[in-house]
Design a binder for this molecule. Structure first.
Ligand SMILES: Cc1cc2nc3c(=O)[nH]c(=O)nc-3n(C[C@H](O)[C@H](O)[C@H](O)COP(=O)(O)OP(=O)(O)OC[C@H]3O[C@@H](n4cnc5c(N)ncnc54)[C@H](O)[C@@H]3O)c2cc1C
Length: 667
């Protein structure tokens, strides 16, 4: 990106005085438009300063940025708390035209001292761009000090975040909840988590934790166990007598909202809405809550009695859940509008297993199943023994000698690991690429191997094989890996004449899911994609029909828990704005979140000056006998001392990013 000026990551680019076509590139990517009516002209933050065009005021930017640092300082360490306060006072003098050269010098010295002596990212990384502003824009500082320059009136939205938080679709304040655990304030920690998500237990047990891939501790030794600490905070509340926060705004507004689907996205949206005072009813076609987190993710990863208790909290806050209501059949847009519902949140996920596309698949051969259906049947059978669910009527689970699971994602992992637990003797994966390209979580792959699952790589299924009308096996073709395809992974190419049959008496297709959005026939204005997902505004999650919003897998396609929850958080905010008659859209702070994520809050090559060797605490797991012989939960949770010790590894890498925003909009 061509810029006027940059000090980003200590690489100074100074194109001032040069014609625009001679400007040089800077590695940072900034959007030209901040929103439809405003331009983003400069940025100041943890990595330096970037100026993209002429309409900016460096002194005013630095003064506002300092104020943001002061506001963001947690106040626990003296250099940051007091140092940024003094910086702010000095800026006050300069901006009032009463500064002196000694003030400007003191500002530089203070910045240096705060950076060296502070305990977290705000103090350590925050002041550096102010020093750079003084260094490269000194004439402007002197002009302000002497009263020759006056405030420009541009605006300066900012966001305090952290690399881990920036990677989390829910925008959770991760360092703050980790600190709660470190200090023994476990209820406070859970309260912080609940500001972003009501599903601490579910996320703490099965989230793919993009935060941990953005953890600066990984540049030192090993990333923090952020996900499992979230689980600890919830487990603590579950196991101790702790007063759960209530809902002072319960049903204080007259409007009713219909949430369709009681998966993580629907439940989370219901939570954000109930906290705003609306009446919320969740309509769910099954007798169970939790969507794929209940029916798909097996009991040994998310125990169903635990999830029932997690959802009870939402009910206590005022969320109503109506089970066995299939939207599109038992209830419709028209019928619910007729009952006074003023907005809809569609969160119906994707629960139809994709077909393998092999010969014989349309012949309804007994023994061939979709992964989603079989996992649901297995879970229903486990559920009936652990928690009462009115109306649950489990199907019998087939028990083969040899099962072949086609696919290598997490659904495939859950299928094979479940069949190991059911006592199946011969459990196999068939995958057309190699282990390296497997989309499943590496931890799941490792566990499945440990539990006895056999892998058949570089094989693609071609035909279902029967003998005397019964399933006998799967014909497969060998594959070789060619150049990367559009997914970035090497493309499998068939080896001619390599067809052969692998014997099996059960075959499970686990290669992805489709969404069932037949209920949209009634609302054809809502746009959909060729993958049968719903099109929404990507910031507000509003569809083309103003009272209809959507989120989770039915928008993204099958993805993950934390993205589904993140969508719901934004949609909950948008629905609230819509019902209150406000402009539906993100706040400036949320726009800043996006700007910072675009720049990249985490640099995996950064040399972090911190002592190495503080080992990440492993979470205890159950015995091998329990692991393969039952559906008992595998991970047992952190003992309190381990959780507190692990939390103490957090380096509180808070950062502040501020934009200079001028009138003008997109060019
Ligand atoms: C087997 C499996 C394992 C997974 N493992 C992980 C994991 O380890 N980590 C992770 O992060 N993600 C995992 N995922 C993905 C994750 O579960 C989903 O991304 C997430 O559940 C999506 O949430 P959602 O609320 O959008 O949809 P869903 O969870 O699918 O919930 C949709 C809900 O809507 C209901 N519904 C559908 N149609 C209607 C209708 N017409 N009327 C009323 N109700 C309806 C469904 O019954 C369901 O309860 C896994 C998914 C599967 C299938």
């Amino acid at each position: 990106m061509k810029v006027l000026f940059s000090t980003w990551k200590d690489k100074v680019i100074d194109n001032r005085g040069k014609p625009q076509d001679a400007w040089t590139d800077c590695p940072v990517k900034l959007p030209a438009a901040f929103d439809a009516n405003r331009k983003l002209t400069a940025f100041m933050g943890w990595g330096g300063i970037v100026v993209t065009e002429g309409q900016f005021d460096m002194v005013e930017l630095a003064a506002n940025y300092t104020r943001a640092l002061q506001k963001s300082s947690c106040g626990k360490c003296f250099p940051c708390r007091v140092g940024t306060r003094v910086m702010q006072d000095i800026f006050g003098k300069i901006m009032d035209g009463k500064g002196t050269p000694a003030d400007i010098k003191q500002l530089e010295e203070l910045c240096d001292s705060i950076s060296k002596n502070s305990k977290c990212g705000i103090g350590q990384l925050g002041p550096e761009p102010v020093v750079q502003a003084v260094q490269y824009f000194k004439d402007d500082f002197i002009a302000y000090s002497e009263g020759r320059k006056k405030a420009s009136g541009l605006s300066y939205p900012y966001k305090m975040t952290a690399p881990c938080t920036s990677a989390c679709p829910t925008g959770m304040d991760i360092p703050l909840y980790i600190e709660g655990i470190k200090e023994g304030n476990h209820a406070g920690s859970l309260a912080t988590i609940r500001q972003a998500s009501p599903m601490a237990s579910t996320l703490g047990r099965a989230c793919f934790h993009p935060c941990e891939n953005n953890c600066r501790r990984d540049n030192v030794d090993k990333s923090l166990s952020i996900c499992k600490l979230k689980r600890f905070a919830w487990d603590y509340e579950d196991q101790h007598v702790v007063d759960k926060p209530g809902n002072p705004l319960k049903h204080t507004r007259p409007e009713k909202v219909a949430v369709i689907g009681a998966g993580p996205s629907g439940l989370s949206c219901a939570y954000y809405l109930i906290l705003q005072g609306f009446h919320v009813t969740v309509f769910e076609k099954l007798p169970t809550v939790g969507g794929a987190a209940w029916t798909g993710i097996p009991h040994y990863r998310i125990p169903k009695h635990i999830m029932t208790r997690e959802v009870q909290y939402l009910k206590d806050l005022g969320v109503e859940i109506k089970f066995n209501v299939n939207f599109g059949k038992d209830a419709t847009f028209a019928s619910l509008r007729g009952k006074g519902y003023k907005a809809f949140f569609l969160a119906t996920g994707g629960d139809i297993s994709k077909e393998m596309g092999v010969e014989g698949e349309k012949d309804n051969i007994p023994g061939v199943y979709g992964g989603i259906g079989i996992l649901k049947d297995i879970t229903d059978n486990v559920t009936k023994d652990v928690v009462p669910v009115p109306g649950l009527k489990p199907n019998a689970v087939p028990m083969p000698k040899t099962v072949l699971v086609v696919g290598a994602g997490n659904t495939a992992m859950d299928c094979v690991r479940s069949y190991i637990r059911l006592g199946c003797e011969d459990v196999n994966i068939v995958y057309r690429r190699t282990k390296k390209e497997m989309p499943a979580d590496p931890h799941e792959v490792h566990e499945s191997e440990d539990e006895g699952v056999k892998y058949n790589f570089l094989l693609a299924p071609t035909k279902l094989v029967t003998e005397n009308g019964k399933l006998a096996g799967l014909e497969c073709q060998k594959m070789e890996l060619g150049p990367p395809d559009e997914s970035g992974r090497r493309k499998p190419m068939a080896v001619k004449g390599s067809e052969h049959v692998i014997k099996a008496d059960m075959i499970i297709s686990a290669i992805g899911q489709d969404c069932d959005i037949a209920y949209l026939k009634e609302e054809p204005t809502v746009q959909t994609t060729k993958w049968k997902t719903i099109v929404t505004n990507e910031e507000t999650f509003q569809t083309a029909v103003p009272d209809v919003f959507a989120g989770g897998d039915v928008v993204s396609g099958p993805l993950n828990l934390v993205t589904a929850v993140g969508h719901a958080r934004r949609a909950g905010q948008s629905i609230g704005q819509f019902l209150r008659g406000e402009q539906v859209g993100p706040s400036d702070e949320q726009r800043m979140e996006k700007v910072i994520a675009g720049i990249g809050a985490y640099d995996k090559d950064e040399a972090v000056p911190q002592a190495k060797g503080w080992e990440r605490k492993a979470m205890p797991i159950c015995s091998r006998h329990d692991k393969v012989g039952s559906f008992n939960e595998v991970e047992l949770g952190y003992p309190m001392e381990d959780a507190m010790e692990e939390a103490a590894r957090c380096m509180r890498c808070y950062i502040v990013g501020m934009a200079c925003v001028a009138p003008g909009g997109a060019q």
